[in-house]
Design a protein around this ligand. Structure first.
Ligand code: ACO
Length: 323
C-alpha cells in the first residue's frame, strides 16, 4: 500500500508579538477576559509588507531543512489559506518559485480553519494515485489583514503564521500499523455559512472584507462536530481512541480543545496546545502546533497523531497520521 509518510515539518511566525493587554488600550476588553474565555495570551502579527507567501516560504524552507531536502525534491505544493497574497495567482505558486521548483504543480485550497486537513486529504490522494511523489503541504495565514479592530468579539482571537509538512509516497505493508496518513474524514455544510464569514470579496464588494462571527453558535457546532469527525477518522484508520498518542487540534479556543479532547477520551497531556502563544491562525494552526511539538522532540516515530479542525463554511474534518 502506498502511504503519504511525513518527511519533515517546519513553521514560521512573524516577529511582532501582540499581547492581550494591547487590545485593552483601544477596546473594552481585558487580558483576563481573553485568557479565561479563549486561552489566548498573545499572537503574532505580520509586519507591514509581510504577506502570507512570505510566511509560507519561511515555513516551507524550515520543513525542507528538517527533511534534508531541497525544492528540487518536491513535485507539488498544496497550500491552504483564506488570506492569499492576491485573488490570483495562487499563493502556492509563489512558494513554488521561491524554493526553486520549476516543475510539478502548485495550488491553493480554501477551507478556512479546516484548510490544512482538507489539504492533507488532497495530498494523500495525489500521492496514492501516483500523481506526485513528494508534496509540501502548507497552512499559511495573515488574518490580521481581515480583522475588524473595533469588534472585540473577533479581533482578539486571531493571529498570523505558517506551518508546513512534507509528505512522501512510501510503500507500507498495509494496515493500521503503517506509517503515514491512515485516514481522513471531511465535511462541510453551507447552511451554516452565515455563522462565520468574511463580509467582502472580489465578486461581491470588491474589497477584502473583515471576519464576522456568531461565536457562541460556532462554539456549539465545533464541540459536537470535532468529536464526531475525530471518531470517524480513527475508525476509518482501524484505530481506537486508546491508540492516539497526540491530539493536534485546530487552535481556536482552549475550551473547545478541552471539551473535544474529553469527548474523544484523550487526556490533556496528550493534546498539543499552542493557542496561548499563537491565537487562532486558521489553516496554519495545525501545522504550526505539529511543528512546535516536533521541534520540542515530543512526537516520536510511530506515534499516532490525530488532527481535527472546523471553521467557516462550516467546513470540518480530521486526519490520522502515524509519524
Ligand atoms: N472582551 C470583553 N468582552 C467581550 C469580548 C472581549 N474580547 N468579546 C465579547 N465580549 C462580550 C460580549 O460582547 C458579551 O457581552 P454582553 O453579554 O454584554 O453582550 C459577552 O462578552 C459574552 O459574549 P459571548 O459571545 O457569549 O462569549 P463567549 O463566552 O461565547 O465567548 C468566544 C466568545 C470566545 C468568541 C466564544 O464564543 C468562542 O470561542 N467561540 C468559538 C468561535 C471561534 O473560536 N471561532 C474561530 C473561528 S472558527 C474556529 O476556528 C473554531
Amino acid at each position: 500500500t502506498i502511504r503519504a509518510v511525513a518527511r519533515g515539518c517546519g513553521h514560521y511566525l512573524p516577529a511582532r508579538v501582540v499581547e492581550n493587554a494591547e487590545f485593552a488600550k483601544t477596546l473594552d476588553t481585558s487580558d483576563e477576559w481573553i485568557r479565561t474565555r479563549t486561552g489566548i495570551e498573545r499572537r503574532h502579527f505580520a509586519a507591514e509588507g509581510e504577506s502570507t507567501s512570505d510566511l509560507a516560504i519561511a515555513a516551507a524552507r524550515a520543513a525542507l531543512a528538517d527533511g534534508g531536502l531541497t525544492g528540487a525534491d518536491i513535485d507539488a505544493v498544496v497550500l491552504a489559506t483564506a488570506t492569499p497574497d492576491n485573488t490570483f495567482p495562487s499563493t502556492a505558486v509563489k512558494v513554488q518559485t521561491a524554493i526553486g521548483m520549476t516543475g510539478g504543480f502548485a495550488f491553493d485550497i480554501q477551507a478556512v480553519c479546516a484548510g490544512f486537513v482538507f489539504a492533507l486529504a488532497q495530498a494523500d490522494a495525489l500521492l496514492r494515485s501516483g500523481a506526485a511523489k513528494r508534496i509540501l503541504v502548507i497552512g499559511a495565514e495573515t488574518f490580521s489583514r481581515i480583522l475588524d479592530f473595533t469588534d472585540r468579539a473577533t479581533c482578539v482571537l486571531f493571529g498570523d503564521g505558517a506551518g508546513a509538512l512534507i509528505l512522501e509516497a512510501e510503500e507500507q505493508p498495509g494496515g493500521p500499523g503503517d506509517r503515514g496518513l491512515l485516514a481522513t474524514d471531511l465535511h462541510s455544510d453551507g447552511r451554516y455559512a452565515g455563522l462565520l464569514y468574511v463580509d467582502g470579496g472580489p465578486s461581491t464588494t470588491g474589497t477584502a472584507g473583515v471576519v464576522r462571527m456568531s461565536g457562541q453558535e460556532v462554539f456549539k457546532h465545533a464541540v459536537i462536530k470535532l468529536a464526531e469527525t475525530g471518531t470517524a477518522a480513527l475508525a476509518r484508520a482501524g484505530l481506537t481512541r486508546a491508540d492516539v498518542d497526540w491530539l493536534v487540534p485546530h487552535q481556536a479556543n482552549l475550551r473547545i480543545m478541552t471539551m473535544t479532547a474529553h469527548k474523544l477520551g484523550v487526556p490533556m497531556e496528550r493534546v498539543v496546545v499552542t493557542v496561548q502563544d499563537h491565537g487562532n491562525t486558521s489553516a496554519a494552526s495545525i501545522p504550526l502546533a505539529l511543528s512546535v511539538a516536533n521541534s520540542e522532540g515530543r512526537i516520536a516515530r510511530g506515534d499516532v497523531v490525530l488532527m481535527e479542525a472546523i471553521g467557516g463554511g462550516l467546513a470540518w474534518g480530521a486526519a490520522v497520521l502515524r509519524w
